[in-house]
Structures are given as C-alpha cells and as structure tokens.
Design a protein around this ligand. Structure first.
Ligand code: SF4
Length: 211
C-alpha cells in the first residue's frame, strides 16, 4: 500500500471534543474541494509522485509511540486507501480520528469497530455545506466554522439535525476572531431558544502556538 502523506508529527489535538489529546498527526496530500480560507493550502493539490510505503508510515507512527492517530488533510476520504489504512491502524492497536469535509464516504468504515475510530465532520461553505448522507449517522462531532456565512438555517438542515439532537454540534469561531465569537454566541442563543444545544470550542493550538 502506498500513501500520499505529506506530514507526520506528534502534537496536541487543538480542535473539537478531543481537544488537548496527545496525537500523532498524519496529513494526506490532496483535497477534492477548494476553500479560500484554507489554512493548509499546501495540502490541497494532489501529488502523484508523493507515495510513501505503508511500512514506512507504520514505522514512523511506532517510533512516535502515541495511540491516538489524527488523519487529516487535504481530504482523507478523497484517498481510496483511507479505509484500508484505518483498518490496519486499528488492527495495530491505534485509535483513529479522521477530520473530513464530509463530501465523500467510504463504505469500509461501516465494517470497522465503531469504538476504535472517530469522525470529525466539518462541512464547508465553499460547497454550500453539502455532505454525503452517511455522515449524519457516522460523525462523532459536527464542527462548524463560524463566520458571516454560517446561519441557523444551515445548522438545522435535515442532514445535520440528527447530530445536533445528539449534542454533537461544536461552533468554532473562524480565526478565533471577536466578531465570529459574537456570532457564535448569537447562534447558541437561537439554538437554545429552539431546544437545541451546542458548544463553542476555539482552535486551542492557535492560542498556544502549536502547529
Ligand atoms: S476542505 Fe479542508 S483541506 Fe480542503 S480546501 Fe477546504 S479547508 Fe482546505
């Protein structure tokens, strides 16, 4: 198996419900969409010449020695090997977290042990927050970047509602900016009034200068 991976390094999860967890980050190179505000633009283009053998990746993960692997990108689901890679990691004893824009699904995940992988779904404005319907069932958290584009109507779309009702909604103010924090507070008020619940969680790694 060959993996188009551009970075592997130990760090701390800076976003979402698993914030603060020591992780090894594995970044896939290549994304199927384009967001103008993307903070990892170098990982957007697919690079056919970037092919790392699985054995090399496993060796590196083992030498770092952290159980929690964060697979991010780019877009991990845009890489057909993702499901098989996740399965191998789980068999090796790792806990696998995947960050995704939610536009693509792989059925392999429907047969993997549910307690050993975790999906952080972060739909994007650049594709009108469209997701594959499977994520309504499989996402462990719904992380919405709050900026002027995010509305209550989007949050209450039918594909997000099951996740909102399970209290999996996280509002992440874009760039930790004050106006976006304010917007997030307003959205929380609107959600609470309607009987829903959400949390505001900022990007912690940017506050404490971690990669
Ligand atoms: S989906 Fe993620 S990696 Fe792809 S362009 Fe948007 S922010 Fe960047």
């Amino acid at each position: 198996m060959l993996l188009s991976v551009c970075e592997i390094y130990p760090t701390i999860q800076g976003e979402g419900f698993l914030i603060g967890s020591p992780i090894t980050l594995v970044r896939f190179q290549g994304c199927n969409i384009y967001c103008s505000w993307c903070d990892t633009k170098y990982a957007i283009p697919f690079r056919e010449n970037l092919q790392i053998p699985l054995e090399e990746v496993l060796k590196k993960l083992s030498s770092i020695g952290r159980e929690h692997i964060l697979i991010t990108g780019g877009e991990p689901f845009a890489h057909p090997v993702l499901g098989d890679f996740a399965e191998i990691l789980i068999k090796e004893g790792y806990f696998v977290q995947i960050e995704t824009n939610g536009t693509l699904w792989q059925s392999k995940f429907e047969s993997l042990p549910r307690e050993r992988f975790y999906i952080s779904l972060s739909p994007k404005y650049s594709v009108d927050y469209k997701i594959d319907p499977k994520f309504s069932r499989f996402a462990d958290e719904l992380k919405m970047v709050v900026d002027k584009n995010l509305t209550l109507e989007v949050l209450l779309r039918k594909e997000f509602l099951p996740l909102v009702e399970q209290k999996k909604l996280i509002l992440q103010p874009e760039g930790n900016r004050e106006e976006n924090v304010q917007r997030a507070l307003e959205l929380i008020d609107e959600l609470l009034k309607r009987g829903y619940y959400a949390r505001i969680i900022p990007q912690m790694h940017k506050l404490i200068n971690l990669p």
